[in-house]
Unconditional design. Structure first.
Length: 415
């Protein structure tokens, strides 16, 4: 059966030029913002309740067209619309799927009506206690991936009749396969199948694709574009480098970030004294609170990561290398820079229930540097995100975030 599927996928891809090569890439990524995936994060057991799950995505309970128009006035040209695929794959939502699809369609229309382009982002995330299906299941379970392919087909059909210059479809967020070896080959095969399936349902819609390794630059440059004979693609990568600064306090990343807080961006120059004080406090906190067997390892890791970015030249290498990798790859393969998207980047504002809050000026400096890198390379970009831990517009519970990052967007020169 797998061999038959692969053969049919190959045949479909061979036919793609007949359908899509008559026009160049329809959708051009611009200056974007990712909306929230969830706001209240209801447990999957409640997803079958229309009062809990609709409207969908959930942020529509709190925001309206006026809020979207404000984003356009602030300088954004595009919204990345995360749609949790687990909701459509869950056994809890069978009777509501038609209404869920209609709600996504209405959301797309509302965004476009507000003057913004939109990427409908099938935003897979790792599973957890409140959900039965996560990215790893889609990577390892053939039956789960088959069902996901069906969802991609349905979502492509949903956007097929929208303006292809305004609406694109992202086929999967942050695939968790390795960048090399058997897993990388498997992801390339599966991505071919996703492209073929979506293209059959939406002949004119631009498809946004990414590589393995959580959608990073390493994963994108490991892809062979010749396996995807479709000129209506946007190639996406994510970058949160340097991670030691962008995820301060984020316990869901492991056991280091909760201790590694107070570190400024950039960590040198006028901020050098603050970096030294923060490192001293991190060492003391780890020695007092971390498990005994992990203390030396956590401190060593933090020290080593800071040593990599302790000068302007070193920081430039760390944050600039992903951009240079992707640009070189695109140029080698004849991919226009305008068809490259920095699909996610950001610096945490405050992890939920963590006392540390990143200084607004540090965040503004980081977002500004990343935007300059993207635009200097000719790439579109979409920052993370509207609200929550990384909130640029809102913090938790709808409270406004500090205006510093948004002021960076407002101050960008017109394009």
């Amino acid at each position: 059966m797998n061999a038959l599927i692969k053969t049919l996928t190959t045949l479909a891809l061979l036919l793609l030029p007949l359908q899509t090569f008559a026009t160049a890439s329809s959708f051009k990524p611009g200056r974007g913002l990712s909306m929230d995936l969830w706001t209240t994060w209801p447990d999957e057991s409640a997803w079958g309740d229309a009062g809990v799950i609709l409207p969908f995505p959930e942020w529509r309970r709190f925001l309206d067209a006026g809020d979207l128009k404000a984003l356009a006035r602030d300088g954004f040209t595009m919204v990345r619309l995360p749609v949790d695929p687990a909701v459509f794959l869950s056994s809890q939502t069978g009777s509501l799927r038609g209404r869920l699809m209609a709600s996504v369609r209405d959301t797309v229309a509302m965004i476009v009506g507000a003057g913004l382009d939109v990427i409908v982002d099938l935003h897979a995330i790792p599973g957890g206690e409140n959900r039965s299906i996560g990215t790893n299941d889609l990577m390892t379970d053939e039956a789960a991936f088959d069902r996901y392919v069906g969802l991609v087909r349905d979502m492509a059909a949903l956007v097929a009749d929208t303006d292809p210059a305004r609406v694109a479809l992202e086929l999967m967020n942050e695939p968790t396969a390795d960048c090399s070896g058997r897993q990388a080959e498997t992801w390339s095969d599966r991505l071919q199948r996703l492209v073929a399936t979506a293209r059959a349902a939406a002949p004119r819609t631009t498809l946004v694709v990414s590589g393995a390794c959580w959608g990073g630059a390493d994963g994108l440059v490991a892809l062979d574009p010749s396996r995807f004979p479709d000129d209506n693609l946007v190639w996406s990568f994510h970058s949160y480098a340097p991670f030691i600064l962008t995820h301060q306090g984020a316990g869901w990343t492991g056991d280091i970030s909760p201790y590694a807080t107070g570190l400024p961006y950039p960590p040198y120059g006028a901020n050098a004294r603050e970096t030294a004080a923060a490192l001293k406090a991190i060492r003391a906190r780890v020695r007092a609170e971390a498990p005994w067997l992990r203390r030396a390892g956590i401190i060593s890791f933090v020290e080593e990561e800071l040593a990599k970015i302790d000068s302007p030249e070193d920081l430039k290498v760390v944050i600039g290398t992903p951009f240079d990798q992707v640009a070189d790859w695109a140029d080698r393969h004849g991919i226009a820079r305008e068809n490259i998207l920095l699909g996610e980047f950001g610096m945490i504002r405050q992890e939920y229930d963590h006392e540390f809050r990143t200084a607004p000026a540090w965040r503004a400096a980081y977002y500004g540097d990343m935007i300059r890198l993207a635009e200097d390379h000719g790439f579109g970009w979409s920052l993370w995100g509207f609200g929550g831990a990384f909130g640029v517009i809102e913090a938790f519970e709808g409270r406004p975030s500090e205006p510093d990052v948004l002021d960076v967007i407002r101050g960008l020169p017109s394009r």
